[in-house]
Write a protein that binds this ligand. Structure first.
Ligand SMILES: C[S@@+](CC[C@H](N)C(=O)[O-])C[C@H]1O[C@@H](n2cnc3c(N)ncnc32)[C@H](O)[C@@H]1O
Ligand code: SF4
Length: 371
């Protein structure tokens, strides 16, 4: 059974944008007052006061705006850490994005109840926040001390200031009854949605999940066994107005991430590059030492009006054209003095290369001893 209800009417507005890859993920700070045993954040980000716009570490609002522009983002998801621990920064970035892209640029924010206050909510409202999602972290980490009434009060407070208020939690196996109870309670006070994320492991939380008796669902994904069933139990047993959405890890990787990559690739691809179905970029590269070693190739390209880019020691062109050209040169016993390959890489700011297909390998320039 597929629980990921992709019917748009059964989803928070922020999720609709996210699935289409239209949300800028703004990681406003890694600082966080909680220590959830299942926290998936990487070492690079966890508890560090760093800012990321999607995959790129940034230091300024301009960089966030630029990343949103390159990705064709129609909204922002502000996350962390806890964005409320850097409320001034959060508000500054949010205001700037709204000013740049207009008031329709949808903004949602993730936090825990601890620093939800009239003061912070007022600041967020004035900056244009459209949606807020509270994570009842204490429920899973410190059950005895989880103050349900306080959590409900914080949600009510959010409703006074922010248009859409929801709860977002990981689907923790064996917490079915507690989550279902919470669903009924938040429905009574008019909370709009409950998002249940499929519990996932990462390099930072793996050991603590295993120590608590959880196990991997399979060896091809990072899903934890039983999380899907927890969400299913809640969806099957809940009756009320609350929208309950299960977000499987596959939705994050194969749909939302892929769509975000495709959107960015469309904006950053050079005219000679190709975009794959996964949203990666393909380009052909010739590496040379001396320009004269590629003079014949350049002539052919110019004669045929082929688009290319000439750098100091590299010639970049369409991957298919490069492949045809190399085949043709090989057939004509061309004396290659350069290397050539097709590279597949992420359209992200780090341009991470995932594959390199060699077409011509440079001959090693070795001087052999004469006997
Ligand atoms: C990583 S947190 C960051 C934002 C904020 N600190 C919070 O906890 O809401 C974003 C969302 O991921 C969920 N989450 C936390 N750990 C998770 C895990 N191991 N697998 C799946 N979702 C998780 C939380 O419920 C939260 O809604
Ligand atoms: S509240 Fe969020 S960021 Fe903080 S420890 Fe928990 S999951 Fe991680």
């Amino acid at each position: 059974m597929d629980l990921s209800n992709l019917n748009e009417k059964d989803m928070a507005l922020g999720c609709k944008y996210c699935i289409k890859g239209e949300k800028l993920v703004l990681y406003i700070t890694g600082l966080c007052e909680e220590s959830c045993y299942y926290c998936p954040l990487s070492e690079k980000r966890k508890k560090k006061d760093v800012i990321f716009a999607n995959e790129k570490q940034i230091n300024s609002i301009e960089e966030a705006v630029e990343e949103a522009r390159l990705c064709g983002s129609k909204g922002v998801g502000i996350t962390g850490g806890n964005p409320l621990l850097r409320i001034e920064r959060t508000v500054e970035y949010l205001k700037a994005l709204k000013e740049e892209f207009g008031s329709d640029f949808h903004a949602h924010l993730y936090t825990t109840p601890k620093f939800v206050s009239e003061k912070n909510l007022k600041l967020l409202k004035d900056a244009g926040l459209d949606e807020i999602r509270l994570h009842s972290s204490k429920l899973f980490n410190d059950f005895e001390n989880f103050d349900k009434l306080d959590f409900l009060e914080k949600l009510k407070l959010c409703k006074n200031y922010i248009k859409d208020v929801g709860v977002e939690i990981p689907g923790i196996p064996n917490f079915e009854k507690e989550i279902l109870d919470l669903a009924f309670e938040i429905d009574k006070i008019g909370v709009k949605f409950l998002n249940i994320n499929e519990l996932e492991y990462s390099e930072t939380n793996y050991q603590s999940l295993i120590d608590r008796g959880f196990s991997e669902k399979d060896d091809t994904t990072s899903r934890i066994s039983g999380s899907f069933e927890t969400a299913k139990y809640i969806i099957d047993n809940f009756k009320g107005k609350l929208i309950i959405h299960f977000c499987p890890s596959s939705l994050k990787d194969s749909v939302q991430m892929k769509n975000r990559l495709i959107n960015r690739a469309r904006n950053v691809a050079k005219p000679y590059e190709e975009i794959t179905e996964e949203g990666l970029l393909l380009k052909g590269t010739i590496n040379f030492k001396d320009l004269k070693d590629v003079s014949e190739v350049l002539e052919v390209l110019k004669e045929n009006d082929v688009e290319f880019e000439l750098l100091n020691d590299r010639l970049l062109l369409n991957p298919e054209i490069l492949e045809d050209l190399i085949d043709h040169l090989k057939e004509n016993n061309f004396d290659f003095k350069f290397s050539a390959y097709i590279s597949e890489y992420y359209p992200t700011s780090d341009k991470l290369e995932v594959e390199r297909i060699p077409l011509v390998t440079k001959k090693p320039n070795l001087k052999l001893k004469k006997k």
